[in-house]
Write a protein that binds this ligand. Sequence first.
Ligand SMILES: Cc1ncc(COP(=O)(O)O)c(C=O)c1O
Length: 349
Amino acid sequence: MIEKLVRRDIETLRFKLPYVDEKLINLSQNEPIRGIIGDKYSSRYIGPFYYELKDKIARKHGLRRENLVITAGANHGIDICCRCFLERGDSCAIYEPTYGQYYMIARVNGNEILKFQLNERFEPDWDLFKKSAAKLLFLSNPNNPTGNLVGLDKIEEGLKTGKVIVVDEAYAEFTDFTAIELVESYENLVVLRTFSKVWSLPGARVGYTVANEKTSDYLELSHIPYHMSNMAVKLAYDVLDHEEDMWKLVEETKELREEMRDGLSDLGLYAYPSYTNFVLVEFPEQVSAYDVFNALIEKGIFVYNVSGQNGIENCLRISVGARENNLYLLKSLGEVLADWGTRFNTVIR
Ligand SMILES: Cc1ncc(COP(=O)(O)O)c(C=O)c1O
């Protein structure tokens, strides 16, 4: 079935690289004769399939290396999905409000984006996607910037459209939920994961796609050869040995997130429940989120202004930071609201 969903010329991209036994003297890759400042990781080509990292990730998820493609962050996973499934000019879909880079990355690839609206519970209505010309859907779950999560049953409903569903699980470790368990049953499912959030390596730019083996085989054809930096791959490989620390970080972040939601609520603001490391906060009608955003910059704090987006018109997205930064944010926000004489004594809703 997946053959019918991939780009027409994808098979022609199958590049055959000889396996080089490490015992052989390798004079096939025009590598430097020695490193100047580097070690074996930087002065040699390693890859292009990054099996060691794949095997370690695969063990973690109870999968096989054939289910995985290593990517330069989840953003690169989005890019690979466009290249794998969409011809130039083809459409993909998003339900707004959602992560802004789906639009950017699809456009860079020459694809159109069809925009549908999430309902008031921030859940998608699959009919709109099903009836549309879109061949693929990007679904952030948990969703950025709303912070909510849709269930596996909802995702399965989407998969039954027969179109490609890309579930972006950048924040999955903040939940007990993953669509990975569906990849054996649905060839049209791709799950995106990243080392940028709970694994704390956004600067390394490492992520991976999880899909059925047949689908992964096509995804692997959809990026340039040797696309990963060896040092980044090594960092991701090493950090996986620190799973306990990762879960500690998740728990600490969740605690700080709830402290922030409580603090916002004490200021009379509504902070949406969140399954992520950020909080979406809504301002009452008489306060402009856009003005608050600017006032916070004056106080030296930069949050994310989502206030122009349908469904979250008067909201800001605030990342959970270190406690002292969160406290400073709350104090500053309190001052901004007080300055305007708009201090509320009750939660808005
Ligand atoms: C939903 C979502 N997907 C993907 C990304 C990008 O992640 P990466 O750093 O792995 O490219 C982000 C980053 O904020 C995100 O919020």
